[in-house]
Write a protein that binds this ligand. Structure first.
Ligand code: ZN
Length: 287
């Protein structure tokens, strides 16, 4: 199934629109998209039954989508993990060694935004990073490779926007802070459950400027630490909580590694896609 946050309300995708989950479930679930993770299994069970009984959603009002603002599908995660240097070609363009442990940082949740939401560029050098984002559905501590995917509710498209000057100056890198300006974590448009994907370990992903220049294009099968390994290694330390996010790293093609370097400018619109998951669009505004 595919879920969106439309104007703060949980909406379930139908063939030609979205179902308002609170109305369709008589208030049992929704409207808050984060609330679904209090009992993700009960919600998916209800939604599956509902779609079987009423696939067109005729019994309940659909949410008007035209012009409605999309919020992040997971608006208030307790924890947001992010992984740097997780694609070989991106490690190479960064001039670094292949890591033997994932390079983990956080994007503070106040940086989250949604599809079609504008991002106000701060002073500095703002770079793009197209990423597959995992949404945790089931509490997870010390997962094994065999069970890792079963803790993942679904995935969404993400951008790990990064201000490179703050990130790389000072006595030690400032990954978490430099990647957490307001709007620096666009996600969406939808949370897509894992069963919707033919092979969740091999999805094309990339981003482009809307005027046509493709900036990044790769496949998630090129990750150094794949999704299973990330869930294993993160949950070996931190329990992963329902509704947490994991940004899984970006492939080659970031602006800071180009010669000459290239960064986002006011008036650019960044379009980010993942095969079978969706396309996320974010215009960039002047400071
Ligand atoms: Zn990143």
């Amino acid at each position: 199934m595919r879920l969106a946050n439309i104007d703060g309300r949980t909406a379930l995708r139908l063939a030609d629109g979205y179902l308002d989950v609170e109305a369709a479930s008589d208030g049992r679930f929704g409207p808050d998209p984060q609330g679904l993770f209090a009992d993700w299994e009960a919600f998916t069970h209800w939604a599956g039954e509902y779609l079987r009984a009423d696939p067109a959603g005729r019994a309940a009002p659909t949410t008007p989508v035209a012009g409605a603002p999309f919020g992040p599908p997971v608006p208030r995660p307790a924890q947001v993990f992010a992984v740097g240097l997780n694609y070989r070609d991106h490690v190479a363009e960064s001039g670094l060694q292949i890591p033997t442990e994932p390079a983990v940082f956080t994007k503070f949740p106040s940086s989250l935004t949604g599809h079609e939401q504008a991002v106000t560029l701060p002073e500095g050098l703002v770079d793009w990073e197209a990423e597959l984002v995992l949404v945790i559905g089931r509490h997870c501590h010390r997962a094994t490779r065999e069970t890792a995917w079963s803790h993942v509710a679904g995935v969404t498209v993400g951008q790990d926007l990064s201000e490179r000057r703050l990130q790389l100056t000072g006595p030690a890198p400032q990954f978490s802070l430099a990647k957490s300006y307001p709007g620096f974590a666009p996600t969406g448009p939808e949370l897509v459950t894992v069963d919707e994907l033919a092979d969740p370990d091999d999805l094309e992903l990339g981003c482009m400027l809307e005027d046509g220049e493709v900036l990044q294009k790769s496949r998630t099968s090129n990750m150094i630490f794949d999704v299973r390994e990330l869930v294993v290694r993160l949950s070996a330390v931190c329990p992963l909580l329902p509704g947490d996010l994991v940004f899984t790293g970006t492939p080659a093609g970031v602006g800071g590694a180009r010669n000459p370097q290239k960064f986002l400018a006011p008036g650019d619109t960044l379009v980010t896609w993942i095969e079978g998951v969706g396309t996320l669009r974010n215009p960039m505004l002047a400071p």
